[in-house]
Design a binder for this molecule. Sequence first.
Ligand SMILES: C[S@@+](CC[C@H](N)C(=O)[O-])C[C@H]1O[C@@H](n2cnc3c(N)ncnc32)[C@H](O)[C@@H]1O
Length: 364
Amino acid sequence: MEIREPPIGVNSAPGTPVYFVTLIAGLEPIAAEELAEKLPAAQVLGALRGKLLFASPHPPERGLSLLTVENLFAYVGQLEGIPASRDGLAVMERRLAETDLEGAIAVYRRLHGRPATPSFRVTAKRAGSHDYNSLEIAAAAGAGVVRRYGWTVDLKGYDYDVRVYLTDDSALVGLRLSRQPLHERSRVRHGAASLNPTVAHAMCRLSRPTAGQVVIDPMCGVGTIHVERARLPGEAMLVGGDLFEEPLKAACENLTAAGVSGHLVQWDARRLALRDGCADTVICNLPWGRRIGSHRVNRHLYPGFVRELVRILRPGGTAVLLTQEKRLLSRLVGRSGRLEMVRQYHLSLSGMHPAIYVLSRSAQ
Ligand SMILES: C[S@@+](CC[C@H](N)C(=O)[O-])C[C@H]1O[C@@H](n2cnc3c(N)ncnc32)[C@H](O)[C@@H]1O
């Protein structure tokens, strides 16, 4: 997919409401596929790393059903020519005071109703080199909004969440439509290295889900992948395991809370109590050697895991694996002689750069 730098053109769909979503960088092609499926009349207008901009004639509620994205925004505008010097703050305030939020507010009200006395906050993020920080951008933009609309600033109990994404001298402005971030789901209990549910969902989509599959997560932690797999059409038999009892107890609670049934087993992923070729799909977020384990531990864990993966995956079966140990895993996949690397997605996640690997088990 084409990745374009700002400014993003929005003239290609006059009259159609424009939105943007923010997502884990690297998931853009998977999110674009989900968008095409769930909002078929939507037109993608541009993609930046971590963002997709689209025009959609569908009701805005549909956008909230996207499961590979973190937030949905009504597009307000793209402000160009914001200086990187401290003057940029005054320019930001003035430009926001000139910015019409009415169209975005109308979409918000359709979803959440009209607040009696509106309050708001501005959240800002920036990329590039500037003589000011994100908090200062937010304060300047907020002052502009107050000048125009006179709303009260309320950083916690706000009605409207205005977002400013400044990249170099170009600011993308939106109004958040999702009350809660869309990735805050799927768990009543968290673990030491719980996976972002949007990434888990993207991995499940990549596994080509169909009904009746046997889906195994050999290192399931608190069960995020299984909960996300159950959100996709095509009911599967879900089997998960972990070396430790504590995450398995949490997984049990998370599956129960989500109304998902699965089989959870305490095991070592290097010695799975499963027969040869029983799995249609293995979806797994392996220990990255940071929050869980270490590179030294992984050098012992990964070879045994890949050996078991080859054994339990049926010929033609798919594995979708996430790890930061890219060299180690790639080497083992190459050496296995049974796994073909189909696709890779390189992510930016929690300050790290893991990759999703989609693998296919060859017939022999
Ligand atoms: C990155 S975490 C998985 C997190 C999970 N996707 C979630 O959302 O909670 C990796 C998991 O592998 C488990 N683990 C580490 N070594 C293992 C082994 N030899 N066998 C099975 N599980 C193992 C850890 O206990 C941890 O829960």
